[in-house]
Write a protein that binds this ligand. Structure first.
Ligand SMILES: *Cc1c(COP(=O)(O)O)cnc(C)c1O
Length: 279
């Protein structure tokens, strides 16, 4: 059973409902996180909650008191008998609440869903995935907002089968995917967009750290769309997908069209080092 903390108690998520007057419903005002829990232990929870504080503040949501309560409530939830050896996702949401004070939201609501995790399939991991170009810049890149509309629209407009969309600016700079950070491998380097142009991905930061520790050269600049054709490989990172090879962007095949050694190597290194971010 999927549990949710809302209005001061833990109950089945099916019994929790947000009032229709909440700004999350009325105006799309909300911030959230997905925190991976491996066998009862949160992975990089501190980094996620710091980002949530930034996303809320960036959205005008006054959430300081909520943020302070979250670590205790999450640990309380993980200690419930129903969540024994919980292997899934903890998803705290902070919504705008009912009061919209010229873009400032002084009475936010929050809830925490203890959810199942839908990992990439074995086939996606083995064969890699495809991304559909999305030719806009993601607005307010540092905010992890509940509003994914601009990432979702292009998915329904193409016949191709895609895992996610990939934001590419009108100038041809690749920033990030709909809910993942993007990496391109070329000329012996790993290239990924700088934070500020993209969300500060928790997996992104860890992968950059691990890659540098293991002798890879990481360049923090936006990969260009014009570099896709000559790239050796590409991959995306995210809390649930960890590292997932990308073998096609739009009509453009990447490298050999098969997952490459860098992504495989980094996934291996990630699993070996996971313990360092368990808290
Ligand atoms: C959630 C998300 C990511 C990935 O962040 P992680 O912390 O690694 O899960 C990247 N980009 C966007 C737009 C996202 O929403």
């Amino acid at each position: 059973m999927v549990l949710c903390y809302y209005n001061g108690r833990f109950s089945p998520v099916s019994e929790c409902a947000l009032p229709l007057t909440d700004m999350a419903i009325q105006r799309g005002v909300g911030a959230f996180e997905s925190i991976r829990i491996y066998d009862g232990t949160p992975f990089a929870m501190k980094q996620h909650l710091e980002r949530l504080a930034g996303s809320a503040a960036g959205s005008g949501i006054m959430a300081e008191e909520i943020i302070e309560k979250l670590p205790g409530l999450i640990r309380e939830g993980l200690a419930l008998p129903d969540n024994k050896n919980f292997d899934g996702l903890v998803k705290p949401y902070i919504t705008g609440g009912d009061v919209n004070n010229k873009g400032s939201f002084p009475n936010p609501r929050f809830f925490i869903i203890f959810d199942e995790v839908h990992k990439p399939t074995d086939e996606e991991k083995k064969n890699g995935i495809a991304l559909e170009p999305n030719r806009v810049a993601r607005p307010f890149p540092l905010i992890k907002s509940t509003n994914y509309l601009f990432g979702l629209i292009p998915l329904s407009k193409t016949q191709r089968v895609n895992f996610e969309t990939l934001y590419i600016t009108p100038e041809g700079e690749i920033t990030e995917a709909m809910s993942s950070n993007f990496f391109l491998c070329k000329d012996g380097k790993i290239i990924t967009a700088p934070v500020g142009k993209v969300l500060k991905g928790v997996t992104r930061d860890i992968i950059i750290t691990l890659a540098r520790e293991n002798g890879f050269t990481v360049e923090e600049r936006c990969p260009l769309e014009s570099e896709l054709a000559s790239a050796d490989e590409a991959f995306i990172t995210g809390t649930v997908k960890e590292i997932l090879p990308v073998v096609r962007v739009g009509a453009q095949q990447i490298g050999s069209g098969r997952p490459g050694p860098v992504a495989q190597n980094l996934q291996h290194i990630f699993l070996k080092n996971q313990q360092r971010w368990m808290d």
